[in-house]
Structure formats: C-alpha cells, structure tokens
Design a binder for this molecule. Sequence first.
Ligand SMILES: *[C@@H]1O[C@H](CO)[C@@H](O)[C@H](O)[C@H]1NC(C)=O
Ligand SMILES: *[C@@H]1O[C@H](CO)[C@@H](O)[C@H](O)[C@H]1NC(C)=O
Ligand SMILES: *[C@@H]1O[C@H](CO)[C@@H](O)[C@H](O)[C@H]1NC(C)=O
Ligand SMILES: *[C@@H]1O[C@H](CO)[C@@H](O)[C@H](O)[C@H]1NC(C)=O
Ligand SMILES: *[C@@H]1O[C@H](CO)[C@@H](O)[C@H](O)[C@H]1NC(C)=O
Length: 241
Amino acid sequence: MKLVFLVFVSIAVATKLPPNFKKCNRTEPDLEKCVLEAARDGLKQLTRTYKKIRLPNLEPLDVVELSARVETRLIHFSETLRNCKFWGLSRSVLEKFEFNLDEKVIKSQFIVPEVRTKCSYQIDGTIMSVPIRGKGNSSIIFKHFNVTLYVPYDEITKRNKTYGHVTSCEIDGKPESIHFQLDNLFNGDEEAGKRVNQLLNDNWSELYDDIKDDYLKMGKQMLIQLLNGFFSKLSLEEAFD
Ligand SMILES: *[C@@H]1O[C@H](CO)[C@@H](O)[C@H](O)[C@H]1NC(C)=O
Ligand SMILES: *[C@@H]1O[C@H](CO)[C@@H](O)[C@H](O)[C@H]1NC(C)=O
Ligand SMILES: *[C@@H]1O[C@H](CO)[C@@H](O)[C@H](O)[C@H]1NC(C)=O
Ligand SMILES: *[C@@H]1O[C@H](CO)[C@@H](O)[C@H](O)[C@H]1NC(C)=O
Ligand SMILES: *[C@@H]1O[C@H](CO)[C@@H](O)[C@H](O)[C@H]1NC(C)=O
C-alpha cells in the first residue's frame, strides 16, 4: 500500500499556538475539561490552513493520492484515488478528547455526522466475484461515523523544549451508512455501471467490514503525518501553560 498525503512545506522554527486557539494550564484541576473544550473549539476553526503549526484546512481536506492493492475475502482489486477532497471532518462531534501528559497518549472518540469525498478513481479487479473496472469521478458519503482513536506519543527534546512524536496509533469505527457513486465504470457502460454501484450500495456493510483494516491503515498514516507536522512545530511547553 502506497500513500501520498499532502505535506505543507514550512521553514518556520518552533512557534506559538495562534491566539484564536484555547490554551490550557497543565496544573489546573479541570485540565481534562479544558482540553476537551479547547479541542472542540480548535476543530471548528480548521476551515483554513494554519501553516505555522502545520494544521491543514479540513474543509475540504485535500489528499493528493491514495492507492491500494486490496486482497480480502470479498475484494480483489487495485485502486488509485487522486485529488481527493473530504468535506465534513471539522463538524465532528468530539465526545471525548484526552491529552494525557503523564501517560503520553491522546485518546479520543468522536462522531462525524457526514463525510463526503470526491476523488478521481481508477479501479480494476473484482468485488464479491463481480468484475469492477473503470476510471472517472467517484463520490462516497459516510453517515454518522463513530470513531475511536488511541494515539501514544514519545517525547523528544530539542533546544530545551519537549516535542511529541507519534509512530503508531489505533483507529476503530464504523459508519451507519456508506453511499458509493462511481461514474464511468466499464468505459461508460451505464447498465453495468449501475449494477456494480447497486452491488456496492446494497452490500456496503459487509464490504466495509472486509476492507476496514486496509483502509483504516491509510487513515492511520494520514493521522500520524498530520500530528507529527503539528507536534514538530509546537512544543508541549507552548501548547500548554
Ligand atoms: C470530474 O470532476 C472534476 C472535478 O470535480 C471535474 O472538473 C470534471 O469535469 C469531472 N469529470 C467528469 C467526466 O465528469
Ligand atoms: C460510539 O462508539 C463508542 C465506543 O465503541 C461507544 O461507547 C458510543 O456509545 C458510540 N456512540 C454512538 C453515538 O454511537
Ligand atoms: C537548557 O536549560 C538549562 C537548565 O535550565 C540551561 O542551563 C541551558 O543553558 C539551556 N540550554 C539552551 C540551549 O537553552
Ligand atoms: C448484495 O448485492 C446484491 C446486488 O445488488 C444483492 O442482490 C444482494 O442481496 C446483496 N447481498 C446482501 C447480503 O445484502
Ligand atoms: C497555571 O496554574 C498554576 C496553578 O493554578 C499557576 O500557579 C500558574 O501561574 C499558571 N500558569 C499560567 C502560565 O497561567
């Protein structure tokens, strides 16, 4: 599996948290509550890029390329998705967001009411033994995605400041529904294209369970890259009072 995620080039050195983001005092008794509120408040503001702290715009989130060769029980295909845009992530409802400085771990659970993605796709293989082949535009809509995250981090000291660094994380979750629309399957054969989209939509739950591990792996890579970008610019001393 290959993944190319949009990386922001930034030459700024250590920086401060922009003033529109809430800061918490690590010794305050209600730290947990403050961090949850700061995260909720910060997430809503990611409707533009914050280059200095390397946080991307989430509306939409641009992903240059995702490509995968998938071999599971039900799915055998190679797929390349390019110029993907994801909408809706900034409207995630954070039910839990814990930044545990002692255990060095971030734990979160959130609901994304709706994520819409558009990509140009190229696919070739079979799904439930039915051939699928084509290239064109695709749209996928996920509804009510309940996600849990567990992100342990290491601490790195640079110039007397402490920076987080993430090497692995755990993501789990399943949406309540997925709707697929792949345009131009089989070179524009409308009947065949309709049948395969129907197959995807009728069997989305089983297909999701089958492909989940592969796709969440991509989500993990993206998240790790995103967090490390942020952590590389903002020391923990600057993130917290
Ligand atoms: C595919 O989507 C892109 C971007 O939304 C659009 O510019 C292009 O016209 C679409 N192509 C087709 C064949 O619909
Ligand atoms: C989301 O998932 C978590 C963990 O599995 C669960 O505790 C929670 O009740 C779920 N929330 C909703 C609204 O489905
Ligand atoms: C790091 O902190 C120590 C102790 O506070 C101090 O003696 C040292 O000069 C600092 N080093 C740098 C590079 O700032
Ligand atoms: C899978 O999709 C096919 C074609 O749309 C449909 O006939 C079949 O009932 C679906 N299977 C399940 C388990 O829903
Ligand atoms: C953080 O809280 C502690 C204890 O309430 C206080 O002594 C300290 O001055 C606060 N730090 C900042 C930067 O506000």
